[in-house]
Design a protein around this ligand. Structure first.
Ligand code: NAP
Length: 454
């Protein structure tokens, strides 16, 4: 894939970038390693001041950066601006808390003194997706850099302007040159970069396919990896749920980011007793969604990020329908310039259909009927993925019990799944391994070192 910004709202090429040569890649790795060797000696106060500068730049220029995100991948600009603000939040969170989280931990043993310290490990390579071009990068980079590491970014090939903008933010915030470096490269050179001895660890946010390849390569090199992969999150609605509130949230949870979020609710599992009411209200609400130019502040649903992804989405819907799925609304591309797809609800779904088994990355909801709460949990777990889950019920005790039975990295009760710098984020099963955010995230890329003194 060439490294190119194509506006998904028009399908027109905005800018094409040349890929870094092998010499440039190797030279960047060396320079980043030199920056790391100095950076690891700095104290938390110094790091925090710079990280807060980054947060300030993000807030001051949120509209400017927000428009870059929208131009490159088509999310509604209001959501893009919120994404930039959230990046400022994660920078501030780690500027504030990294020192406390990584403070030496004293443990009484047979030594006169023994403790654990958390040392940086070197360069972390980040292979990142286009769907949250700023957030995915900052949620990795803020903790990694605060812990004393350096970062090399290989961003998705369709968001080079975002990738370069992030490097510029780190530079303008006062971080040493090359401590955070963007490489403009395609996915075919990732394995070779992982092999480089100066690369200490890898974090990937992306698809299962990329996860398998990167996980394997890290294994061969005995390098640590964190994999944040796909999801097909269940949104479970029980009989005693507040249906209006569940429906309102269901629409947002499915359509946020134009339906292209790993933690978007994708399978709506509703118990039989309230299925009819939920279905009617859900269909009515989806039909009212404002689809349009993502640069318009009123737009709720913009285009799919790339033409190949639109084709894939259309195929998944068509195949599900061929196998017997019913279309309750939408189900087609929108006949206009750009890569638009209708807000869609499918029902009558069964195992073997893409809309039941696979991740659907677009504005398409899978509506599934369950006999009761036990059956709902069974269906929820009948997925290769295990990222997030949303559960709707007015009984908190039932909710807590069921939360323990759901196979996922998080369960949100009476709310949509979201990420928050204070809470760990990640998945199980084919959604990957490792955690980002909170104190768990920052400890993924440190050397947890025991010191024992007689
Ligand atoms: P993707 O195709 O896997 O791409 C992600 C990144 O990996 C890109 O930089 C891509 O580079 C690179 N890549 C792709 N194939 C590779 C390979 N075989 N070896 C090495 N690198 C490779 O995923 P995407 O379409 O951009 O993103 C959507 C996926 O990400 C969805 O499955 C979504 O659920 C998942 N996601 C997960 C999370 C989470 O936190 N769990 C968050 C967001 C998204 P190129 O662009 O150059 O191909």
């Amino acid at each position: 894939m060439s490294i190119q910004t194509i506006n998904p709202a028009t399908g027109k090429v905005v800018k094409t970038f040349s890929e870094n040569t092998r010499e440039e890649i190797y030279s960047s790795i060396e320079k980043t390693n030199s920056a790391f060797l100095l950076w690891r000696e700095t104290d938390f106060h110094h790091r925090s001041v710079l990280m807060r500068n980054a947060a300030m730049i993000l807030r001051e220029k949120k509209e400017y950066y927000g428009e870059i995100l929208t131009l490159e991948m088509g999310k509604p600009v209001s959501q893009a601006i919120t994404e930039v603000e959230k990046c400022a939040w994660v920078c501030d969170y780690y500027a504030e808390n990294a020192e406390t989280i990584l403070r030496e931990e004293f443990i009484a043993t047979d030594a006169s003194e023994s403790y654990v310290r958390f040392d940086p490990i070197g360069i972390v390579l980040a292979v990142m997706p286009w769907n949250f071009p700023f957030w995915q990068v900052f949620r990795f980079a803020a903790p990694a850099v605060m812990a004393g590491n350096a970062a090399l970014l290989k961003h998705a090939s369709n968001v080079p302007m975002s990738a370069l903008a992030i490097e510029e933010i780190f530079t303008n915030a006062g971080f040493p040159e090359n401590l955070f470096k963007t490489l403009l490269v395609g996915s075919s050179v990732v394995s070779e970069i992982i092999d480089h001895p100066e690369i200490s660890a890898v974090t990937l946010t992306g698809s299962e396919t990329a996860g398998k390849q990167i996980g394997q390569r890290c294994g061969t090199n005995l390098k640590k990896s964190v994999l944040e992969l796909g999801g097909s999150d269940p949104f479970i609605v029980l009989q005693d749920a507040d249906i209006d509130s569940a429906v309102k949230t269901a629409v947002t949870a499915r359509l946020i980011n134009n339906g292209q979020s790993c933690i978007a609710a994708k399978r709506f599992i509703v118990v039989e007793k309230i299925f009819g009411e939920f279905e009617k209200k859900f269909v009515d609400a989806m039909k009212k969604v404002k689809v349009g130019d993502p640069m318009n502040r009123e737009t709720e649903l913009g285009p799919i990020a790339r033409e190949d992804l639109l084709n894939e989405l259309d195929e998944q819907v068509k195949k599900s329908v061929e196998l017997g799925a019913a279309v309750l609304c939408g189900g087609n591309r929108i006949n206009r310039e750009g890569y638009y797809y209708e807000p869609t609800i499918l029902s009558n779904l069964k195992k073997g259909m893409p809309a039941y088994d696979d991740e659907i990355f677009g504005p398409v909801a899978s509506l599934i009927k369950a006999n009761d709460s036990e059956d709902a949990i069974h269906i929820a777990n009948d997925s290769p993925f295990g990222l997030g889950a949303s559960l709707w019920t007015s009984n908190k005790e039932t909710a807590k019990k069921l939360a323990g039975k759901i196979e996922s990295g998080s369960v949100f009760i009476n709310g949509m799944v979201k990420s928050d710098p204070r809470l760990p984020f990640g998945g199980i099963k084919k959604s990957g391994y490792g955690r980002e955010l909170s104190h768990y995230g920052i400890k993924e890329f440190v050397n947890i070192k025991t010191v024992w003194i007689k």
